[in-house]
Ligand binder design. Sequence first.
Ligand code: NAD
Ligand code: IPM
Ligand code: MN
Length: 351
Amino acid sequence: ENSIRLAVVPGDGIGPEVTAEALKVLEAVAPVTVEQTRYDLGAERYLATGEVLPDSVLEEIRGHDAILLGAVGGKPGDPNLPPGILERGLLLRLRFELDHYVNLRPSRTYPGVTTPLADHVTGGREIDFVVVREGTEGPYTGNGGALRVGTPAEIATEVSVNTAYGVERVVRDAFGRAQRRERKLLTLVHKTNVLVNAGAVWWRLTQQVAQEFPEVTVDYMHVDAAMIFLATDPTRFDVIVTDNLFGDIVTDLAAAITGGIGLAASGNVNPDRTSPSMFEPVHGSAPDIAGQGVADPTAAILSAGLLLDHLGHADAAAALEAAVLADLAERDPATKRSTTAVGDAVAARLA
Ligand code: NAD
Ligand code: IPM
Ligand code: MN
């Protein structure tokens, strides 16, 4: 079956701009055909109607093979759009309700793309690792609260939730990915020296699941030290497994060291396939450049590639990635191309 029933949520800011290019490229990849349902979820709908993600829309989205999302969220500080309304109510709700427990974020260097790292940092080797970020737990669950708000005695808490069930399943997924890769190296990134309760669960279950994967080498790094090595020795990483918040931060840095946030793709994956997985760039709605037609759509396009791969269209995914690589290799850093020009160029390579 080469037809994909795709739920499309372009969202806010540059979301619609980059999503249009990802769709353009998806339409150009043979032999896949796309049957789109578009959802106007995001800031505009919220401001007009107060709706963020109606239950009926969520149920409709469930009926698709996959979801392609642009970005949601407004300009930080906008009084009409308090932070979290869309991020929590739309994006995180989709991740939680659809049980996207593997937030997959690959990072690699691309021929022709310069990085802020000096050559001696990579020693001429390519950076190529994948972050398996837990997607449904941690400090993201909204388990916390505020007392005596606005007073000098205010207390705010965000409690990180780490269940054995949730940690074990994402750790097992990460081991599986490490096993299928050449280097077979898994690095657990946490903060077990301070977050001793959550840390103990992650540490113990990593050691336990490791027994099932004797070929995989297991390493551990505190998250602060991991930032040092991401900047000074990133080729040491192969698969990183980490919690929801650490994974968020690690993957923006990972993007920055491999050519920028405009290239970083992600998949919110439900490996059990009990609901559609969702693919989106790592970046946000970028209010600072929205509407100018200058956002790089490459991250969104590569996310569509992850989508193809997830749905079993390995050849189409490889063709898409090859087209992006060829496009990147021929980019002239001195000439800034528009968002649509990049999408057109990649699509043309596939036609
Ligand atoms: P951001 O990723 O939107 O932007 C950070 C910087 O990166 C900005 O300077 C922006 O111009 C640049 N940038 C991002 N994507 C780019 C692209 N494709 N091409 C070129 N430059 C790009 O992060 P932020 O500014 O912290 O957040 C802005 C809004 O987006 C907030 O409301 C935030 O909550 C939301 N957000 C949403 C998602 C998502 O939907 N998945 C992810 C991150 C942030
Ligand atoms: C991301 C974003 C989201 C996250 C926000 C917008 C909820 O930063 O996808 O990386 O923290 O997961
Ligand atoms: Mn993020």
